[in-house]
Design a protein around this ligand. Structure first.
Ligand SMILES: [Zn+2]
Length: 372
């Protein structure tokens, strides 16, 4: 096991790349960014936009999948205001949507966009969330299937040739060993770590038929045969970062968490991540049990790379907040899939990764933390 020598990201993240010098893929990308000819990239992006305007068979030039968060606002305004594209936004509503999430989607609409909102059958979703919890210990996996797929489905049905996605995690998280790689091609979204197990496995779930899963997968082959394009926007934009997008979007009406939020209730100190659904907090806690890190680790690593945190301060923050999640969210989740908290913790324990070792007094020690 190792942690990156520049940031403090561990190699327990599935699909993570490390080079021979012990540097993670995300830090390599941060360094690569300094040498990219960004003017050239912007010209490439312009060219793709012009192609979309010429070849569309629809009223729209591009489709953008939006959750209503900082990246969605950045994507939509860049596409419309900088690239001059006619955008159709697609929002797939997550289970357990928050007040702040709903208000941010409303804000995006008010900025002047046509928006299609989709809500996959909640009864079906509930069965799938429950199944993912017990099989993968990941309660938001199915939400990601619909979030990504709905954009491609709408492009397909409306005859819109360009799909604009936010960031390629192969670049920003360093997970380039997954199928998404490090290029601009977002047609490969079905090879993202979370989606790569395939939607077909849900056919095994009792009570679920193929027709129930329409919004959870897209026909990549068909889109490719029509020469449609899907791109990761961060491949083309120098100023793209979580922090910059959050500030930009706040200036355009995005609401962050309130100033007095409790970092230990959500497991991080940053107020602008994962605002739309409460189950994502539970998922981060479960990620911590599986892999030894949660969202605070992700966030300090962004801040180290972009010069806002020292390694020392980052370690302090991780030890304070990582893996924390308020009982309120856990209870809400247990009520949703109708299990007891006892069953929740027993199941979570089954997935505890070998990043944890038992100490003499019967507690768990995080081996990543021991390496700091
Ligand atoms: Zn790193």
């Amino acid at each position: 096991m190792k942690i990156c020598k520049k940031c403090i990201q561990p190699d327990t993240r599935p699909g993570i790349f490390f080079n021979q010098d012990g540097i993670c893929g995300a830090c390599i990308w941060e360094n690569t960014k300094k040498n990219i000819d960004w003017d050239l990239r912007e010209k490439e992006l312009k060219k793709i936009s012009e192609w979309a305007q010429k070849s569309t068979e629809s009223n729209y030039d591009c489709v953008i999948g939006v959750s209503g968060g900082k990246d969605s606002t950045k994507q939509a305004l860049t596409a419309r205001d900088n690239l001059g594209l006619r955008c159709l936004l697609v929002n797939s509503e997550p289970e357990g949507i928050t007040e702040i999430g709903s208000s941010n989607i409303e804000n995006l609409k008010k900025l002047g966009f046509d928006v299609i909102s989709l809500r996959p059958n909640p009864k079906v979703t509930k069965l799938l969330v429950k199944r993912d919890f017990f099989k993968h210990l990941n309660p938001v996996k199915i939400t990601e299937f619909s979030l990504y797929s709905s954009t491609y489905i709408i492009a397909d049905k409306f005859g819109i040739p360009l799909i604009i996605q936010g960031e390629n995690p192969g670049l920003t998280l360093g997970t380039s060993l997954t199928g998404v790689g490090t290029d601009e091609n977002a047609m490969k979204a079905n090879e993202l770590q979370t989606l790569s197990s395939g939607w077909e496995e849900y056919l095994e779930v009792q009570g679920i038929e193929e027709n129930d899963l329409y919004f959870f997968h897209y026909d990549r082959k068909n889109l490719e045969s029509r020469n449609y394009k899907a791109i990761w926007l961060n491949y083309f934009l120098k100023e793209w970062s979580n922090h910059n997008n959050a500030i930009f979007s706040k200036q355009h009406g995005l609401k962050w968490r309130s100033d007095d939020f409790d970092p230990n209730s959500i497991g991080t100190y940053l107020p602008y991540f994962q605002l739309d659904g409460d189950f994502t907090q539970v998922n981060q806690l479960l990620k911590f049990i599986k892999f030894g890190f949660g969202q605070c680790m992700d966030h300090v690593c962004y801040d180290i790379r972009e010069g806002r945190l020292t390694r020392e301060k980052a370690i302090e923050l991780v030890k304070l907040h990582d893996g924390k999640c308020s009982d309120e969210y856990i209870e809400k989740f247990c009520n949703f899939i109708e299990i007891s908290k006892d069953e929740f913790w027993k199941t979570a324990e089954k997935f505890r990764g070998d990043v944890w070792e038992k100490t003499g007094d019967g507690n768990w020690r995080n081996r990543i933390w021991s390496m700091f």
